[in-house]
Design a protein around this ligand. Sequence first.
Ligand SMILES: C[S@@+](CC[C@H](N)C(=O)[O-])C[C@H]1O[C@@H](n2cnc3c(N)ncnc32)[C@H](O)[C@@H]1O
Length: 215
Amino acid sequence: MAEKTPAMAKGVKGKIYDAGLFIPNDYFCRANNAEIFPRNAPLEIDLGCGDGAFLIAMAKKFPEHNFLGVERLLGRVRKVARDICQAGLTNAKVLRLESQYTVEWLLEKHSVTRLHLLCPDPWPKAKHHERRLVQHDFLQALWDLLENNGEFLFKTDHDEYYEWVCEEVTKFAQFTEVPWNENDFFYPKTDFQLLWESQGKRLQSLRCVKQVNHA
Ligand SMILES: C[S@@+](CC[C@H](N)C(=O)[O-])C[C@H]1O[C@@H](n2cnc3c(N)ncnc32)[C@H](O)[C@@H]1O
């Protein structure tokens, strides 16, 4: 009898788009970059990639880099996998998993060149602040995940969450903040950025570098 495929990424009309997915061999062991992409190249992560428009635009623009989107909602994961396959991209994949777990436990340490966290859920109510992703444990895991000179790029429309993230980064006291102006480099707007801007909201950005002195 023929072996069944995982058939995780059925898209329109039941087509299978598994080539756009990263399904770890073992969710309890760290996945090295070679398990995700056969080709060795700088790895960028889009955490909470949503419908994947940013991920796909970046993968098209920078074919010399690999891009992994992380997203927990199955419908979005399926759409991203479908769009990756339909665009013929071999340098982009999407992983269906929880963000903190992925950063802290799944990916290999010192393996990521840039991590993008764009328009994450701000959890505005005080009683939900503990659910905010950017806190000490996340920053420690992110620090461990990045290569030396690796970058954390963050955007939000939510002013209070922006202040929160700046404070957490300051308390963590290891990242170096660097200026980030809109035209510094190619950086497509995400679906949520376009949505917030269409409602007259303004996004704030933070760019931090992991600089380790080996002196
Ligand atoms: C507000 S949307 C932003 C999507 C995209 N980054 C953008 O800017 O268009 C947040 C996304 O993060 C995903 N998400 C939220 N919490 C997550 C978690 N803990 N792990 C993985 N994905 C998460 C949501 O499902 C959603 O797709």
